[in-house]
Design a protein around this ligand. Structure first.
Ligand code: FAD
Length: 359
C-alpha cells in the first residue's frame, strides 16, 4: 500500500465492495456481486463505461461472447449495463482511483483523483490495461502551461469563449471541438486554428467537410504541420512554432491550446498499491482471483496466472469466482450456496423478476 497520508472523513462512503474499472469485466463484477447481495460502487477514469470495448472498438464486431453470435463493443456494454440495472451500483466516472490502503480494522480505504473516498470491505481491480490517459504533446516547456492555457480535455467549454484558440489533432474530438468553438453559439471563440500533421483525417467525413466549408468562409483556419516549439513571455504562452510540410517553421499566436491525440492506457497508480505484480499485471490465485492482499481481488485483463488468456469471457468467469471469494469477507456469518438464476426464488427476488412456474 502507498504510504502517502490518506484518511477517512465525514463524506467517506462506507460500502461492501468497490470496483476499480468499468470495462466489461468490472460491469459483470457488479452482476456477480449483486447475485450474492453485495452492493458495489464502480469507478472509472473514463467519463463513460465500457473500457476498451467503447474506447478502442465501439463499432467493431465481437464474435466470441457465449450465446451472443455477434455484437459490437458498444452493444456489449449497453447489454451489460442493462443486465446490472437491478443491482443499482453507484457509478463514479471521470475519476482515477489513486490510492488503496488497508486499515487497522481490515477494511480498505480507497481514494480517487477527485477526492472521493470509500471504506470498503472488499476491492475488485478490473483495471484492464490501465486507466486511459490523454496522449500529450511533447514539446519542451509546454507542460508548465497545462490546465492554464494547455488542455487535453474540455471540462468547461465556457473558458474558451472569446479566446484565440488552437486545436491540434485529426480525430473526432479535435474536429468536433474545433467546429464547436468556430461556430455561432454561447462558447464561440474569437478565432480557431486547427493544426494536423497531414491533410487526411480520422474524424467523420461530415465533420471534415464542415471544417473545410468554415475555412473557405474564413470562419476558421486549418494548418498542415506539427507543433515543434513554443514562445512564452512573462509566464504566459504566447506563440506556437509550427513546422509545415514545406519544412518552414512559422509562429502562430494563441491564448489557449487544445490537444486531442487520443488516449493511451497506463497502469498508473495500481502499480503502487503493494500488490504482487508480474510484467505490469497483478498476480492472483485461480480459486478466488484474490491478490497477495486479502480482500483485494483482480479480474479481467489486469490479472495474470498460469494459462491466463486476455479474453472477455475469461474475465466473466473470474468475476463469478471472485464474488464467491469475497462473500465470506462481506458476510462472515452467511453460508453461501450456489444457486441457479433459472430456478432460485431468492435470485429472482434480487433480480427483481417473477419466479416462473415449472411443471
Ligand atoms: C481492437 C480490440 C478488439 C478486441 N476484440 C476482442 C474480442 O473479439 N473478444 C474478446 O474476448 N476480447 C477482445 N478484446 C480484448 C477485450 O477488449 C479485453 O479483454 C477486455 O476489454 C478486458 O476487459 P476489462 O474490463 O478487464 O478491462 P478494460 O476493458 O481495459 O477496462 C478497464 C477499465 O479500467 C479503467 N481503469 C484502469 N485503472 C483505473 C484506475 N486506477 N482508476 C479508475 N479506472 C481505472 C480504465 O479506464 C478502463 O475503462 C479486444 C481488444 C481490442 C483492443
Amino acid at each position: 500500500m502507498t504510504t502517502a497520508a490518506l484518511s477517512a472523513n465525514a463524506q467517506t462512503i462506507e460500502t461492501d465492495a468497490v470496483i476499480v474499472g468499468a470495462g466489461p469485466v468490472g460491469l459483470f463484477q457488479v452482476f456477480e456481486l449483486g447475485l450474492l447481495e453485495i452492493k458495489a460502487h464502480i469507478i472509472d477514469s473514463l467519463a463513460y463505461p465500457g473500457g476498451q470495448c467503447v474506447e478502442l472498438y465501439p463499432d467493431k464486431p465481437i464474435y466470441d461472447i457465449p450465446a451472443v453470435p455477434v455484437c459490437t463493443g458498444q452493444e456489449l456494454t449497453d447489454n451489460l449495463l442493462k443486465q446490472i440495472e437491478p443491482f443499482g451500483a453507484t457509478f463514479h466516472l471521470g475519476q482515477e482511483v489513486t490510492q488503496v490502503e488497508k486499515q487497522a480494522d481490515g477494511r480498505l480505504l480507497v481514494a480517487t483523483s477527485k477526492g472521493t473516498t470509500f471504506l470498503s470491505k472488499t476491492v475488485f481491480i478490473a483495471g484492464g490495461v490501465g486507466s486511459f490517459q490523454p496522449r500529450t504533446l511533447k514539446v519542451d516547456g509546454l507542460r508548465a502551461f497545462e490546465e492554464q492555457q494547455v488542455f487535453y480535455r474540455v471540462k468547461n467549454p465556457a473558458q474558451f469563449a472569446g479566446k484565440n484558440l488552437i486545436v491540434v489533432g485529426g480525430g473526432d474530438s479535435a474536429l468536433d471541438w474545433a467546429l464547436n468553438f468556430a461556430q455561432e453559439g454561447p462558447n464561440k471563440a474569437e478565432s480557431v486554428i486547427l493544426i494536423h500533421r497531414r491533410d487526411v483525417f480520422r474524424a467523420a467525413p461530415a465533420s471534415v467537410a464542415k471544417m473545410k466549408e468554415l475555412c473557405d468562409a474564413y470562419e476558421m483556419q486549418f494548418i498542415v504541420g506539427q507543433v515543434t516549439g513554443i514562445e512564452a513571455a512573462g509566464g504566459t504562452l504566447k506563440q506556437l512554432k509550427v513546422t509545415g510540410s514545406d519544412g518552414v517553421t512559422r509562429l502562430v499566436p494563441l491564448d489557449m491550446l487544445l490537444v486531442f491525440f487520443g488516449l493511451s492506457p497506463k497502469l498508473g497508480p495500481i502499480a503502487e498499491w503493494g500488490l504482487g505484480i508480474e510484467r505490469k499485471q497483478i498476480t492472483v490465485d485461480t480459486e478466488k482471483f484474490q491478490t497477495t492482499t486479502p480482500g483485494i481481488f483482480a479480474v479481467g485483463d489486469i490479472n495474470v496466472y498460469p494459462g491466463k488468456k486476455k479474453l472477455i469471457l475469461s474475465g466473466f468467469h473470474e468475476a463469478a469466482l471472485a464474488a464467491f471469494g469475497a462473500s465470506p469477507i462481506v458476510f462472515p456469518e452467511k453460508r453461501v450456496l450456489l444457486q441457479y438464476t433459472t430456478t432460485s426464488p431468492k435470485l429472482h427476488k434480487v433480480l427483481g423478476v417473477e419466479s416462473p412456474v415449472f411443471d
